[in-house]
Each structure stands twice: as structure tokens, then as C-alpha cells.
Design a protein around this ligand. Sequence first.
Ligand code: ADP
Ligand code: MG
Length: 268
Amino acid sequence: MTDTTRRAAASTPPTPAVLGTEPGENDVTMIDTEPASAPDAAPEAIYRLEGVTRTYTQKGRVVKALAGVDLEIEAGDFVTIQGPTGGGKSTLLQLLGALDRPTTGAVHLGDIDIATANNSRLGRIRAHEIGFVFQGFNLIPTLTAHENVDMALEPLGLSKDERAARVTEALAHVGLAERGDHRPGELSGGQQQRVAIARAIVKRPRVLLADEPTGNLDESMRDEILAVLQKLNDEGLTLIVVTHDSAVARRARRRLRLDKGTVRDITR
Ligand code: ADP
Ligand code: MG
């Protein structure tokens, strides 16, 4: 063990990995039903989008929010999506999150095409596979941090003890082990967003999607959130983050820009 790894080990609380990697940990695999890919295959793509369009029609006016997106995202990557307001970022994130379907094209998440999967399947994908973080935190003000995080486990059918253990672990993972009984109003913005991240990861998702996760935070709170996101990505969680903040984008391994419904890779 080098000095650096010893220091890292000493400063990291001995919580088990949040991302279920042990067999049986992530048993609800709607995704991994096919045999593993061939040995020489390229790095595993978690998402594969082909010819994706999304058109909204409102009062007879047609808006093409996504104008034909072809995109692969590798498992374990840290991807940011930048671009002007109205460029289609939230629309794309909703498709990736199985909250919406494309007008045309395919959105493959593993072996599943979100465009054609039935609604109950999409519900299970959202409950098990995808963690969401929003700009506005979306915590329930009357519930404690622990209860807010626990809500994400509702659909998973775990025992009470398993739920409590997972929530405690997720809160510890974002540095809030001591704050489980606090309500959102008793927490700083950065702490509230960390509760929201704990809620997103407690289900042990395959991917974390975030829409402007630092948009409501000052610089020091932003750095707090960035550190948590970086740690999760280092542990193998795929991150896809919509952001206006170039400090966030600088941390990404891959940077995309979405303008007028079209994606461009701007990684340098
Ligand atoms: P961004 O997140 O990059 O600001 P959005 O994905 O929210 O962009 O929006 C892309 C375009 O689609 C915009 O022109 C927006 O007005 C339009 N749009 C988004 N959602 C809807 C909706 N539910 N109904 C009608 N138009 C929408
Ligand atoms: Mg948006």
C-alpha cells in the first residue's frame, strides 16, 4: 500500500460499495438478460441511440426538440451535456431516463429499447436502473433525510432491515451519516442535494442522470457536489450530467453539446 492509498483508505468510511457488484446484489436485471458480449467487443455501451427525434406539438405548433441523435455512451463514463436553453438537453435526459419515448428512432439501454418497451417495463427500469438528480433537489419537506432516501426503495420489495441498512449506507456515502434525522429545511443547499444523490444511488442504479445538479448552489456547495459525483464515477457509476457550469464540465471525461436538437462531441 502506498502512502496515498493508505491515506485514502483511512479517510474513507468503511461503508460497503453502494453500487451492487456482488452476485445477488443487483438481482433485478431487466438489462443483463443476454449473454455477455464477445471478448473482442468494444467497451460496453450502456446507451445506444439511433436516429432519435422527439417532436412536441403544442397548439398546432411543432417543435423538434431532438432532430436526429446518434449517440453511444460507454458504461462507467462521466459525460456532460452543455448547450443553450431550448437546445433539447432535458428532452434527451428524459429519454435516457425512460420517462419519455422518442418520436422516431431507438434508445437502447442495454438490451432494452425504451422506444418500444411497455410501460410497466419502463417503470421497472426507472425504479431499479436509473438514478435521477434534479436542480431543485425535489425532496419532500416534511420527511427526514432518511425517509426521503428510503422512498426510492419503496418499489424494490426489500425487507425493512435491508432498507434501513441501505439508506444508512447511502447517506454515509455522500457524507451525511449524521444527518439522517434532519428535514430538508434544516440542511444547506449542498446537503439537500447530497440527500437527493443518496436517494438516487440507494437503489444501486446502473446510471445516474442529473439535470443541472449544481444550478441552485454557490461555488463551495458546487464543489461539494462535484466531489461526490467524482467519487461515484471513480467507483464505476456511469454519470450523465446536464450542466451550464463549465467547472462541472471540466471534470467530465466526455463533453457533449446539444444545440437545436443536434449533438456534437466537444471533448478536447
Ligand atoms: P433544454 O433543456 O436544453 O433547455 P428542452 O429539452 O427543455 O431544452 O426543450 C427543447 C425544446 O422543446 C424547446 O424548444 C422547448 O420549448 C420544447 N419543449 C420541451 N418540452 C416541451 C413540452 N412538454 N411541450 C412542448 N414543447 C416542449
Ligand atoms: Mg432543461
